[in-house]
Design a protein around this ligand. Structure first.
Ligand code: NAG
Ligand code: NAG
Ligand code: NAG
Ligand code: NAG
Ligand code: NAG
Ligand code: NAG
Ligand code: NAG
Length: 330
């Protein structure tokens, strides 16, 4: 089975080499089935730090496509958890891609020959986002992506941890390149191969499908806003964290509530006015301490410093999200 994948990948490179220079270019959205969902063909570049062949990113890819988004996946060839904003020039594989999905000696970047929208980059999450924006988007979208969706990550990225998160690093890179982005992370789930998704009753599959649906709900809300102008303010990004899920607690999409938060606790902060106050709760408290409430944290932060932003910038995003957000009980 893996041998088949390898030969597919090798064949794909041959095809590209033959088709390359000076060809007029592909149709606007090759391979995009154009499903009439709410995603409405919005161009999404999907990345992560857990690797291109990991089940959660593939579940999110499935969910975005099913919702009508036009998706290209560009993610690290290996598990690159915890690599923050590290960057390097992609190199030839000196080991197999994660879960044996490409052989030693594979090129620095590559794709699945049966589905060229599934791409690996043998470097860091930042490099995967950059390759997706600069090289893949012109090929598949004929433009920049409308949105970079990073994650969701296996494991929370809350508070100071966002400084070392590769999921967050990739989202920040996109924002710095002028592409609106969101980093998503989840408290439950497992970093397993995408082939696990074939088992529809495995707990990791159930968690992956549920969190993927929560990601769609968030992106739908962000994009359906009636306000005009950019999707997000420049040079900022959004950190979304899902609480734990299992068969008995926070087990369905409707159980989850999205709460507007700040990255770091600061009792003296003057944040956007919402839920009857001007100091937002911090994301760690909301997701971990109040986890049984099934609260999803939503924090806006500076893509350069990864610090909280001012009230005006928070307000822009708060308005975009509109009715998605609810308040903590008093
Ligand atoms: C991925 O890398 C992180 C950081 O090195 C590590 O903690 C985690 O266990 C790795 N995951 C797998 C499935 O190897
Ligand atoms: C394999 O390549 C990685 C970079 O992709 C490098 O960090 C590592 O040292 C290499 N390992 C060996 C054994 O050459
Ligand atoms: C490549 O795509 C084919 C067809 O969708 C799929 O069967 C195969 O599992 C994929 N392999 C990888 C590594 O993505
Ligand atoms: C699927 O996952 C369930 C729950 O973990 C497990 O009991 C079952 O054996 C798995 N089925 C297959 C075919 O691996
Ligand atoms: C984002 O910040 C960089 C400096 O870090 C600046 O050069 C760039 O103009 C900013 N982009 C926008 C759209 O404001
Ligand atoms: C991000 O932080 C830097 C350094 O403090 C600042 O110059 C910049 O204006 C901030 N950007 C945003 C969008 O808040
Ligand atoms: C689900 O999580 C809750 C809260 O952590 C825990 O009390 C409960 O035992 C878990 N249930 C299952 C079926 O794992």
């Amino acid at each position: 089975m893996f041998v088949a994948h390898w030969s597919e990948i090798v064949l794909a490179f041959a095809a590209v080499a033959a088709a390359s220079p000076n060809r007029p270019g592909p149709p606007a959205s090759p391979g995009w089935p154009g499903s009439p969902g709410h995603g409405n063909g919005v161009k999404v570049l999907l990345t992560n730090d857990d690797g291109w062949a990991e089940l959660n990113i593939r579940a999110q890819n499935d969910a975005l496509i099913a919702a009508g988004y036009n998706v290209v996946l560009s993610a690290p060839a290996e598990n690159k958890s915890g690599t923050g904003s590290s960057t390097a020039t992609p190199t030839v594989l000196n080991q197999t891609c994660e879960f044996n999905t490409c052989p030693v000696g594979s090129p620095p970047t590559g794709f699945n020959a049966s589905n060229p929208r599934l791409n690996y980059v043998n470097a860091y999450p930042v490099d995967s986002a950059r390759f997706g924006i600069q090289k893949l988007a012109p090929k598949f979208f004929w433009s920049k992506p409308d949105l970079v969706f990073s994650g969701f990550n296996v494991g929370s990225n809350l508070g100071p941890v966002i400084q070392i998160s590769g999921t967050v690093g990739a989202a920040c890179e996109a924002a710095k390149e002028g592409v609106p982005s969101i980093a998503f992370s989840a408290a439950s789930g497992d970093q397993l191969s995408y082939t696990t998704l074939a088992n529809k009753t495995a707990p990791s599959t159930l968690a992956a499908r549920l969190y993927s649906a929560l990601g769609i709900k968030f992106v739908d809300a962000l994009l359906s806003s009636h306000s005009h102008g950019p999707i997000l303010p420049p040079n900022v990004t959004v950190n979304v964290n899902y609480p734990a899920t299992n068969a008995s607690v926070c087990s369905q999409e409707k159980d989850f509530k999205y709460i507007f938060t700040r990255v770091l606790p600061d009792a003296g902060a003057v944040d956007v006015k919402t839920c009857g106050g001007t100091t937002l709760p911090d994301e760690t408290t909301v997701v971990e301490t109040l986890g049984a409430g099934c609260y999803v944290s939503v924090s806006v932060f500076n893509a350069t410093t990864k610090a909280d932003v001012n009230a005006e910038t928070q307000e822009f995003v708060l308005r975009k999200l509109g009715k998605l957000l609810t308040c903590l009980p008093k």
